[in-house]
Design a binder for this molecule. Sequence first.
Ligand code: MN
Length: 401
Amino acid sequence: MSERPRPDQAPDQAPDVVIPALALVVIASRPAEAAQAFAARHFRPEEVVSIESERVASEAFAAARLNIAQRLSDGLLTVATIGGEGADLSAALARLAHHHDVAPVALTLGRAIAAARFPLGPRSYEAAHALLTPHEWLTARIIRQPLACDLRGESGPFDIIGDVHGCYSELRDLLTLLGYVDDGAGGMRHPTGRRAVFVGDLVDRGPGVTQVARQVMDMVAAGQAFCAPGNHDIKLMRALEGRHVTIAHGLQESLDQIAALPSEAERERFTRDFVAFIRRIPPYLMLDGGALVVAHAGLPERYQGRISERVRVLVFYGETTGGEDQYGHPERIDWAADYHGAAAVVYGHTPHRETHWRNNTINVDTGCVHGGRLTAVRWPERAVVSVPAHREYAHRAGGLH
Ligand SMILES: [Mn+2]
């Protein structure tokens, strides 16, 4: 972290330490007393677990580990204070956080702690902050930043729209049927303030990929919509970033349609805007005080309110058995069959002919691009609204079930 004060801070003010609102914050100092004092000053007593031993194979760590595991399992921010030794200990704490799909964040006090004790990386620490002088320890502010998925402050009414896959005409039909009107600037808005929420998979397979993406990006930018990314959106983003991806499942249609934009400037602008958009939107959305979760492939209750690599894979691709059905589609684990969560989960990803609420979940992918329907569910009404596809744009082996 930079020691240079930001322009809006007094020169002797320590930099703000921004941590995720759900994290395992590991505070290290040599000796450990400074870390304990810092934790007592900046965190609530029940949030802090002091680890009195530097060794992983100690009773002190075993006891602390149980306590930390319980708190992380309950989705509570937790602070562990440790001394300046024991790289094994910092690694064990990072593993414990990842096990619970919580970000491990390090905060070191003083110059005596080697940064190497808190390596950054997907299997290690997400961030490492350093406060170098006792003056900084006293003046630092801890800022708890809500997770990107935490949109609980956004309340409805919403219209949550299933996989569009470039079906631009049908998207316009559906938005019109739902009461949205052209806002004169490319976007659409609802006269009574309803907002659209997209479950993702805007692109691939269908004929209007760039129009759909542009429409959704415009609506999100105008505050008229939210969007969770789908696996197809992520893959197109990667392809546009120049990364190696297998061209399959309709990706070629998206690339062709982008290549067919009328000018190099428009191609560049679309590529830049789409990549930035998919990068910026959260992996899934918690809305309406937490009563509503929108995730492309759904999300079991134990992962709601968490963001990790495992959660990303789950919300983009869903859980599969690794096997395939008779048509070559991945065999999916029916997570909704035993869903008992308090939050309603609206998702898409796997096309079905019919849609209905089941255990407080609903799959709104009714296979529009495969000649089915484009579907929305109204929230909080829970009513289903849909429009028929104008035609079958992409064949699905075995058809819709
Ligand atoms: Mn899809």
